[in-house]
Each structure stands twice: as structure tokens, then as C-alpha cells.
Design a protein. Structure first.
Length: 128
């Protein structure tokens, strides 16, 4: 499976290492550009960029993946799957909304929720 990994922080590095060690092909690692840090304001790459270099993975350091070079890099990679490493995923508004709807579905129509869960499990098992 062709995968693009998007991440910046140190807690993303174990996931990147595990992915690199797997049978999947990492098409690109995308992270933000180095930023000035400390008193000297020295440009410092993200922990994900440093790990990608150590793992000899294709790396793109971009301002954003919403447009411009970052978006183009993501589109050119044509991944089968993208991994976006976000702590506390449940804090994102869209995810929070989905979770609330799933909780409501569990209360109002548990059979439908079970059918959806079974279909998802079946689909995930069919992936390489």
C-alpha cells in the first residue's frame, strides 16, 4: 500500500518508524518547514523531518498541504492512504460531530450501527 505520512511533533515519530518498518511503501513524509527556535532563532526542523531523514524516506517540508507546493506534493504522491498524526483527534470539530452522531445512532438504532461497524470491519480486512 502506498502511504503518505503527515506529521510534525515528536509523538508522531514512533508511528512513522512503525510505518517505515512495515510492508507498506511510504511515498512521502510531509511536515512543516523548519522554524526559528531558541534565543538564536536557529531554523529547526520538526522531529518528523529529522526521523524521515534518518530513515531515508522522501521528505517534503512545506508551509501547508491545503494549497501550493504542499498540496501538489500530496496530490502527486497518489497515496492509497494518508496518515495524519493528530493528538486528541476527538477534539477536532468534525470528529466530535461524527462521534456525537454515532452515540445518538447507538441509542436510537443499535442494529444499524452494528451493520455499519460490520461493513467497516469487512472493508478493513480486505485491504492489503
Amino acid at each position: 500500500m502506498r502511504v503518505v505520512f503527515l506529521g510534525n511533533a515528536r509523538w508522531s515519530v514512533p508511528s512513522l518508524r512503525a510505518l517505515a518498518a512495515s510492508a507498506h511503501r511510504v511515498e512521502h513524509v510531509i511536515t512543516r518547514v523548519p522554524r526559528p527556535t531558541g534565543r538564536t532563532k536557529r531554523l529547526t526542523p520538526t522531529p518528523v523531518a529529522e526521523a524521515a531523514r534518518r530513515l531515508d524516506l522522501p521528505l517534503a517540508e512545506v508551509e501547508t498541504v491545503r494549497s501550493g507546493p504542499g498540496f501538489q506534493t500530496l496530490a502527486r504522491a497518489e497515496p492509497d492512504w494518508s496518515l495524519l498524526e493528530i493528538p486528541h483527534l476527538g477534539l477536532l470539530p468534525a470528529v466530535r460531530w461524527k462521534l456525537q452522531n454515532l452515540e445518538k445512532l447507538a441509542r436510537t438504532n443499535p442494529a444499524k450501527l452494528q451493520a455499519m461497524s460490520d461493513a467497516l470491519d469487512e472493508r478493513l480486512q480486505s485491504l492489503p
